[in-house]
Design a protein around this ligand. Structure first.
Ligand SMILES: Nc1ncnc2c1ncn2[C@@H]1O[C@H](COP(=O)(O)OP(=O)(O)OP(=O)(O)O)[C@@H](O)[C@H]1O
Ligand code: SF4
Ligand SMILES: [Mg+2]
Length: 358
C-alpha cells in the first residue's frame, strides 16, 4: 500500500550535450575494474524510491507532475535523471527532500533513505536528515539564497562558527578562493556560476552528506569550471562513497559521470539502464529520439533531427504519453499506459520495446 503526504497527510504537506566530450573521470566500467572502497550490489541501498507520484493541486486542476517513478541507489553510485523541461526531475528531488509546497500530494510505496522512511518523518526528523544525511544542490542558485543578506552571514547560518581558514579551504575546493575576501557582498554581486559553486560547496562539502541530490549543478558553469566541479563530485564519491542523483539536460555529462541513468517523460521514467546500455542500445523511442537530436552526431550543414511536437499536456493524455510524437505508435499505445518491463537488461516503459529489441 502506498504512503501519502500532502494535504491532510500525516506530516502536513511537505512532503543533452555531447557524449563524446572531454573525459571528466573514469567511466563506470573503469572504476569497477580499478576497485573502489564500496561494493555496489552488496551493500544496503542508500535510497529506495518506489511508485513515487506527486500531484500539484492547483486552481486550474490537478497537475500530475511525477507518476509511478521507481529507482534505487547504492552507496557510491551516481544515478542520472534526464528529460525535457517540465518532465518532473526537480519534483522528484524535492519529494525526496520533502520540500514540496502544501499544494503537492505525494504518494509512494517506498521512499526510504537508509533505514529512514522519509514519508513518515516529522519536522524534527526532517531537520536531522536534511543537510547532514541528504544534501541538495538546488536548480536555481539565485532563488535559493536571501537577496538581502550578505553571503558571509548566510554561510554562518549553514556552517555555524567555523574557523575562517576552514571556510577558505572549502571555497578553494570549488574554485572560489578569490571570493573569500568579499563575502560581505550580496548574492547579486556574484556571478551565477559563483553562486552555483557556493551551493555545491554547502550541499556536498560542508557537511558531507551520504546522499547528494544535484539538480543541474553544472548548467550555468563554463566548460573548465564544469569539469572541475564534476571531478570534485567524482572524488567525493570515490573517497567517501556518497551516492548522487544527478539531474542534467546534458547527455554528455550523464554519459561521463553516471553509472546508471533514467529518462523521464511527462512525469514517468520511460527508460532506466546502465549508461553504457542507454547510449549504445536505447530501447525507448523517446530515448532514441533524444540521442538522435544530439548536435554532435551531425556534420556541419546536416539537418538535426529534432523531436517533432511538444510535451505540453502530455501528462494528461490517456495511454502512452509519448504517443502523439512517436513514429511507432499504434492503437494500443493511445489506450493503455505501458508498464515498466525489463528488456535486455534495461527497464523500459513501451508496448513495443521487446519487438524493437528482437
Ligand atoms: N509548485 C507547483 N505548482 C504547480 N505545478 C508545479 C509546481 N512545481 C512544479 N510544477 C509542475 O510540475 C511539472 C514538473 O516540474 P519540474 O520542475 O519538476 O520539471 P523539470 O523536469 O525539473 O523541468 P526543468 O528541466 O525545466 O527544470 C511541470 O508541469 C511544472 O509546471
Ligand atoms: S508505447 Fe507506443 S507510443 Fe509509447 S513509446 Fe512505445 S511505441 Fe511509442
Ligand atoms: Mg528542474
Amino acid at each position: 500500500m502506498k504512503n501519502r503526504t500532502g494535504r491532510g497527510g500525516p506530516a502536513a504537506g511537505r512532503t543533452v550535450g555531447d557524449p563524446a566530450g572531454p573525459t571528466i573521470g573514469p567511466t563506470a566500467g573503469e572504476r569497477a575494474r580499478n576497485g573502489r572502497p564500496w561494493e555496489p550490489g552488496r551493500t544496503a541501498p542508500l535510497l529506495e524510491v518506489e511508485d513515487l507520484s506527486v500531484v500539484f493541486d492547483t486552481a486550474r486542476g490537478p497537475v500530475p507532475a511525477v507518476r509511478d517513478v521507481s529507482f534505487r541507489l547504492e552507496p557510491g553510485e551516481i544515478f542520472g535523471l534526464v528529460g525535457e523541461s517540465g518532465s518532473g526531475k526537480s519534483t522528484v528531488l524535492s519529494a525526496i527532500m520533502r520540500l514540496l509546497p502544501s499544494v503537492a500530494v505525494t504518494d509512494a510505496t517506498t521512499l526510504r533513505f537508509r533505514d529512514t522512511d522519509l514519508l513518515r518523518l516529522d519536522a524534527a526528523g526532517l531537520r536531522s536528515v536534511r543537510g547532514t544525511g541528504i544534501g541538495l544542490v538546488p536548480q536555481r542558485p539565485m532563488t535559493s539564497l536571501s537577496p538581502v543578506t550578505p553571503l558571509r552571514k548566510q554561510l554562518r547560518w549553514f556552517l555555524g562558527d567555523r574557523d575562517p581558514a576552514e571556510v577558505t579551504e572549502l571555497l578553494d575546493q570549488v574554485g572560489l578562493r578569490a571570493v573569500a575576501e568579499r563575502l560581505d557582498g550580496y548574492p547579486f554581486e556574484f556571478s551565477g556560476g559563483q553562486l552555483q559553486r557556493l551551493l555545491i560547496m554547502l550541499a556536498a562539502l560542508a557537511r558531507r552528506p551520504a546522499l547528494l541530490l544535484a539538480d543541474e549543478p553544472t548548467t550555468t558553469l563554463d566548460a573548465t569550471v564544469q569539469a572541475q566541479v564534476l571531478r570534485l563530485l567524482l572524488d567525493l564519491r570515490d573517497r567517501l562513497g556518497i551516492g548522487i542523483v544527478f539531474v542534467s539536460h546534458d547527455l554528455g555529462v550523464i554519459a561521463q559521470i553516471c553509472d546508471r541513468a533514467g529518462v523521464m517523460y511527462a512525469g514517468r521514467l520511460v527508460e532506466s539502464a546502465p549508461v553504457g546500455a542507454l547510449f549504445d542500445a536505447p530501447r525507448h523511442p523517446y530515448t532514441r529520439a533524444l540521442l538522435r537530436a544530439l548536435p554532435s552526431r551531425y556534420t556541419r550543414g546536416e539537418r538535426i533531427k529534432v523531436i517533432e511536437g511538444s510535451a505540453a499536456g502530455a501528462n494528461r493524455i490517456p495511454g502512452c504519453a509519448f504517443a502523439p510524437r512517436c513514429p511507432r505508435a499504434d492503437a494500443v499505445c493511445g489506450e493503455q499506459v505501458p508498464a515498466l518491463r525489463t528488456v535486455a537488461g534495461s527497464l523500459v516503459r513501451c508496448h513495443h520495446a521487446e519487438e524493437d529489441a528482437a
